[in-house]
Design a protein around this ligand. Structure first.
Ligand SMILES: Nc1ncnc2c1ncn2[C@@H]1O[C@H](COP(=O)(O)OP(=O)(O)OP(=O)(O)O)[C@@H](O)[C@H]1O
Length: 244
């Protein structure tokens, strides 16, 4: 299940003109590996991945062919099972969320096979604190930045949708079973989902309640790799409008 947190910022027209354009390095890709789980340990699974954390490189070894050189990939950041979500957030996500409060759009997209740790990274766990997810950290970050902003008002709105077998459903809508239509052209927003409900949020607590409500309406199943697999694409969209 890919997981997205799309942060969409709108500024007043006066401020928009003063925003510098985004540079060409606007897409950054980091990789995170997780430790072996109990099932994998029980069947004595081997680890075929190693990382050079300093040079942000991953090496994948072919099982049974240890003499062959590994496949090598370089990323903008590498995080192993020893790294907590806190570090990943501070290094890889924090600048993007910071940019949203300054008027830039941003998307955090978690991609990987079932059971690889996308939900663990994005939603996280409440204990230990260092493993709290990217999404609750982004909620806090946004509202802390808003509180610190002087002479500026923000309107923050959230929505929560799922794409499952190409059907789009509003997890916060009155009828969560209703399939929504994706429109490909909108004068300001480009692709948008017709009739998707938007909810004004004023605090971290309100965001958490909205998340919980949406999560209850998600489609979940199980796979051989993950008993709690969600098998869907989730998009949480935050729209913050800055009014001077
Ligand atoms: N970095 C990690 N440290 C410890 N445990 C992890 C880590 N990443 C994932 N896990 C554990 O691995 C299991 C699968 O993770 P998770 O549910 O996040 O996978 P997923 O990629 O979201 O899967 P799916 O696509 O099937 O929904 C969970 O039990 C989770 O707690």
């Amino acid at each position: 299940m890919p997981l997205l947190l799309h942060l969409w910022a709108l500024k007043s027209p006066e401020r928009m003109e003063t925003c510098p354009p985004l540079d060409s390095e606007s897409v950054r890709v980091v990789v995170r590996s997780r430790p072996l789980n109990d099932r994998e340990k029980a069947v004595s699974s081997g680890v075929v991945l190693s990382m050079d954390l300093q040079h942000c490189q991953c090496f994948i070894w072919k099982p049974g062919a240890e003499d062959e050189p590994p496949k090598q990939f370089t990323f903008d950041g590498t995080y192993s099972g020893e790294h907590a979500t806190e570090q990943l957030y501070n290094e890889a996500v924090c600048p993007l969320v910071e940019g949203v409060t300054e008027g830039y759009n941003g998307t955090i997209f978690a991609y990987g096979q079932t059971g690889s740790g996308k939900s663990f990274t994005m939603q996280g766990v409440s204990e230990p604190e260092a493993q709290r997810g990217v999404i609750p950290r982004a909620f806090e970050h946004i509202f802390e930045s808003i509180q610190c902003a002087e002479n500026t008002k923000f309107l923050v709105r959230a929505c929560y949708l799922e794409i499952y077998n190409e059907d789009v459903r509003d997890l916060l809508g009155n009828d969560v079973k209703q399939r929504l239509e994706v429109k490909f052209e909108h004068p300001e927003r480009g692709v948008h989902v017709r009739d998707l409900s938007m909810h004004s949020v004023h605090s971290v607590g309100e965001c958490e309640r909205i998340m919980e409500r949406g999560c209850r309406n998600r489609a979940v199943g199980s796979t051989l790799m993950n008993k709690d697999s969600s098998q869907i694409i989730l998009l949480i969209l935050f729209q913050s409008i800055c009014i001077i």
